[in-house]
Design a protein around this ligand. Structure first.
Ligand SMILES: [Fe+2]
Length: 226
């Protein structure tokens, strides 16, 4: 059967749903329920657009494939050039920092601006370049991150040390939970789900230790042995 955008999208959403079903984290049922609610809606195709940061996608997909998710990685790879990748531009540049501002992109699969329109739900793919800190922030939307790569450093309280987590360890952020992500040496690629309040703008939580967390030497324990 020939590929069509609709078929590629449905195939990817199937794989995402199967993948999410294999994870245990609070928030997984809410995201899967949003997928079930919206996935059969009409598909709107945007003009494809990739950002410079998308050059990291191949490495991220290679990692995801070799870490046990070859079918999901392939489904993402097929549709990635057909999607409209954008950056989240609601943060003041001086606060979010140049590294993240130019070092991330995301594409909504389901959502108001997504491939399948939805009200107050969003499912998509999110990519961040290696060694970038997504500085401490918070938002009203409860959020599931299902990272397909790793390890990456996380913290859920400004000033706290980073906890390094391997790929396929989901993170669930309740509404207004403080969080920051320090990407490790492998690009960060995740499936994200926002389960409500998706139009509420996220805000940065200024912290004075960002320079230390952004230092190139920061990384997971035992990095040299990997
Ligand atoms: Fe977030």
């Amino acid at each position: 059967m020939p590929h069509t955008f609709e078929r590629d999208l449905a195939h990817l959403i199937d794989h995402i749903d199967t993948y999410l079903a294999s994870l245990s984290a609070p928030g997984v049922p809410a995201v899967r329920s949003g997928i079930a609610t919206w996935r059969d809606g009409p598909v709107q195709r945007h003009d494809p657009k990739r950002l410079a940061i998308n050059s990291h996608m191949a490495e991220a997909l290679d990692f995801a494939a070799k870490s046990g998710q070859p079918a999901l990685a392939e489904a993402i790879g097929v549709i990635e050039p057909q999607l409209k990748w954008i950056s989240y531009d609601h943060y003041p540049r001086a606060l979010i920092g140049e590294g993240f501002a130019t070092g991330h992109s995301y594409a909504a699969l389901i959502g108001r601006e997504g491939c399948i329109p939805a009200e107050d739900f969003e499912l998509g793919l999110f990519l961040i370049a290696p060694n970038v800190l997504y500085r401490d922030h918070k938002h009203a939307a409860p959020e599931l991150y299902a990272p397909l790569t790793g390890p990456h450093g996380w913290r859920f309280s400004p000033g706290a040390p980073l906890e390094w987590r391997d790929a396929h360890q989901p993170v669930w952020n309740e509404a207004f939970q403080h969080h920051a992500t320090r990407v490790g040496p492998v690009p960060f690629l995740c499936i994200f789900g926002w389960t409500r309040d998706v139009d509420e703008i996220a805000t940065i939580i200024p912290c004075d230790d960002w320079p230390a967390l952004e230092a190139p030497t920061v990384g997971p324990p035992g990095l040299a042995d990997r």
